[in-house]
Design a protein around this ligand. Structure first.
Ligand code: NI
Length: 183
C-alpha cells in the first residue's frame, strides 16, 4: 500500500522517534508499505516519521544506482531501532534531497564512514560499517529518527536562501507526483 509522505512543517518530522519491539503490530506489512511508498516516489530511503509514525524504523534501496555501481545497486535494507556507534571524523560533501522536502537539493557534509547497530526485519541484530554513499544515505535516514532534516545541516547562508521555498512547502504549495500530508 502506498502511503502519503509527511512534508516539511509537520510535527512528526521533528520528534525523536521511539524504539519498537518485535511484536509491533503489522511490522512486516509496514516495512513492505514503506518500500512501496519509497519506490513510488522515486526515493532511495524512507524513515517511519515520513509516513507519520514516530518510531525507529527506516528503509533504504539503492537499486537506481545498479548500472553505475552494482555494489551500491544491491544495497537494500530495513533497519529497526538503529543506533549509531561511530561517525568518522573525516567528512565529505555530497548532494541530498528528501521526499519530505520536495524540490530542494543541497550540498551536505557527512561522515565518510559510520558504524551502526540495528535489527533487521527478522529482528536479528547486526553491527556494520558503511562508507561513502551508503553511509550518507544511512545518516540522512537516521537523522529523521532524531527529528533532524538535511536542511538543518546546510550553511546559514544557504538556509536563509531556502527560507521562502521551505515556507511554501509548509503552506502546501508543492507539486509532487506522490501523495503528501502537509502541516
Ligand atoms: Ni529524507
Amino acid at each position: 500500500m502506498i502511503l502519503p509522505i509527511y512534508t516539511y512543517g509537520t510535527a512528526v518530522l521533528r520528534k525523536v522517534a521511539e524504539p519498537i519491539s518485535k511484536d509491533y503490530p503489522g511490522l512486516s506489512e509496514l516495512i513492505q508499505n514503506m518500500f512501496e511508498t519509497m519506490y513510488y516516489a522515486d526515493g532511495v530511503g524512507l524513515a517511519a516519521p515520513q509516513i507519520g509514525l514516530p518510531i525507529r524504523l527506516l528503509v533504504i534501496d539503492l537499486v537506481p544506482f545498479k548500472d553505475e555501481d552494482p555494489e551500491l545497486g544491491s544495497f537494500k535494507i530495513a533497519m529497526i531501532n538503529p543506533q549509531m556507534l561511530e561517525f568518522s571524523e573525516n567528512k565529505v560533501s555530497g548532494e541530498e534531497g528528501c521526499l519530505s522536502i520536495p524540490g530542494i537539493h543541497e550540498t551536505v557534509m557527512r561522515s565518510q564512514k559510520i558504524r551502526i547497530q540495528y535489527w533487521d526485519e527478522n529482528f536479528e541484530e547486526h553491527t556494520e560499517e558503511f562508507e561513502g554513499y551508503k553511509a550518507r544515505v544511512v545518516q540522512h535516514e537516521y537523522d529523521h529518527l532524531e527529528g533532524n532534516l538535511f536542511t538543518d545541516r546546510v550553511s546559514p547562508i544557504r538556509r536563509q536562501l531556502l527560507k521562502s521555498k521551505l515556507t511554501n512547502i509548509v503552506k502546501g504549495k508543492t507539486a509532487t507526483q506522490y501523495k503528501v500530508k502537509t502541516a
